[in-house]
Design a protein around this ligand. Structure first.
Ligand code: SF4
Length: 400
């Protein structure tokens, strides 16, 4: 983990900020009713990929992630062009994981087959709930039939690596309703689950409802019960929790963990392309302009200038991460991996220092408070305890 300028596989994130309409809980960088900008947006993305790659030679890529927004609103031709350009300019590993986020209200068998034929081999379906009441209140564009059909079509198309995203801790939800939502999702037999607790973000419709007293925030104890229930149920169904919010089907044949997200948690480098995208390459964190208009405009008439590596005309900030911050990032991100945790050996290899010495006080306090535990007798690997998984924020704040 950590370290800069290491010769290691890189990842690529591409942001697709288009949605049919904005869900009631969403504060992501995405825009409704802007589909007419998809074509110039793809052109701008291709420009960004070329500009970034012009400034440094080829890197090996072992994961690509199309996130959003609703990436499944982008026509297949867009993905054909993007992947063609990426493969032209970067070296892809033979087993490169290529993921796409998809909304069940936007998918046909033909489209899914097209994605798979383009080499996209992992699909993440944002189903959010299998309760009609939840879907309506969240203002999702899909219903339960769309969910069933999307999973069926994804399988028929040939996808074996299928993630389902679900939300719990909805203001109106009780334990039984969450159990029902998760049980029906389990029946769909995906290879991976991402479960998130709802945060009522300012600027969302749910926040307006909250301010007007129409809904209350979910009770913290009940939310913790929902999380613990999910941990039990998923384990019973053969899923291994490998990150605070992520579970993969355990199998001797295939590793269903999301390689792309592991790249983030292991503090490894990734390029970020598109509006509002963040990157972490050569020890620098980068951020792009956030709106679709600004992003497209960035590439008008500026293509011949030289930009520092991994930046482009769309970059609004580039910050070299100092060693202190890298070490803290190593701890904060790595401790999210609830099974693997962080290792003394990796820390020493990356920073030439002892993790136990650098964070002696923090580790001692957190271990004494039963929030962290040593995995082995040699005290080489440190991870969240069961209590620490439930109270993760108390651990992470110690490394800020
Ligand atoms: S589909 Fe996803 S990105 Fe789009 S508005 Fe809904 S939650 Fe936000």
């Amino acid at each position: 983990m950590g370290g800069i300028n290491k010769a290691m596989d890189h990842s690529i994130y591409l942001h697709m900020p288009f949605c049919k309409r904005r869900c009631h809980y969403c504060d992501f960088n995405t825009y409704a009713g802007k589909e007419h900008f998809i074509s110039p947006y793809i052109d701008a993305l291709l420009s960004e990929i070329r500009v970034v790659n012009e400034s440094k030679k080829s890197h090996t890529i072992h994961s690509v992630y199309f996130g959003g927004g609703t990436p499944s609103l982008i026509p297949l031709l867009g993905y054909r062009e993007i992947l063609f350009e990426l493969k032209n300019l970067f070296t892809f590993t033979s087993d490169c994981e290529i993921s796409i986020e998809a909304n069940p209200g936007t998918l046909s068998l033909e489209y899914l087959t097209g994605l798979l034929n383009l080499g996209i081999n992992r699909i993440s379906l944002g189903i959010q709930s299998t309760n009609t009441f939840d879907l309506v209140r969240l203002d999702r564009i899909h219903d339960i039939q769309d969910i069933l059909m999307s999973v069926k079509n994804a399988r028929t198309a040939g996808f074996t690596n299928i993630n389902l995203d679900l939300i719990f801790g909805l203001p109106w939800q009780d334990l039984q309703s969450w159990k029902n939502s998760l049980s029906r999702a389990l029946e769909l037999n995906p290879s991976h689950f991402s479960l998130y607790s709802l945060i009522i973000e300012p600027g969302t419709m749910l926040h307006q409802w909250y301010q007007r007293g129409l809904i209350a925030k979910q009770d913290q104890d009940l939310e913790a019960e929902m999380y613990e229930l999910a941990m039990e149920m998923l384990e019973k169904y053969g899923f291994e929790q490998y990150e605070i919010s992520n579970w993969a089907k355990s199998s001797a044949k295939a590793d269903s963990r999301c390689r792309h997200n592991l790249q983030y948690w292991q503090n490894h480098p990734y390029f970020g392309f598109g509006a509002g995208a963040h990157g972490y390459v050569a020890g620098n964190r980068t951020e792009n302009v956030s709106t679709i208009n600004e992003y497209i405009q960035s590439f008008t008439g500026k293509r011949n200038e030289n930009y520092p590596f991994a930046t482009s005309p769309a970059t609004i900030s580039r910050t070299l991460v100092d060693i202190d911050t890298q070490m803290k990032d190593f701890m904060m991100l790595g401790l999210r991996l609830v099974k693997d945790g962080v290792s003394e050996d990796r820390f020493r290899a990356d920073f030439g220092l002892s993790m136990k010495a650098v964070f002696s006080e923090e580790i001692t306090t957190l271990v004494n408070n039963h929030l962290l535990e040593w995995v082995d007798v040699d005290h080489n690997r440190l991870r969240l305890s069961k209590k620490g998984i439930l109270l993760g924020n108390q651990v992470f704040v110690a490394f800020v």
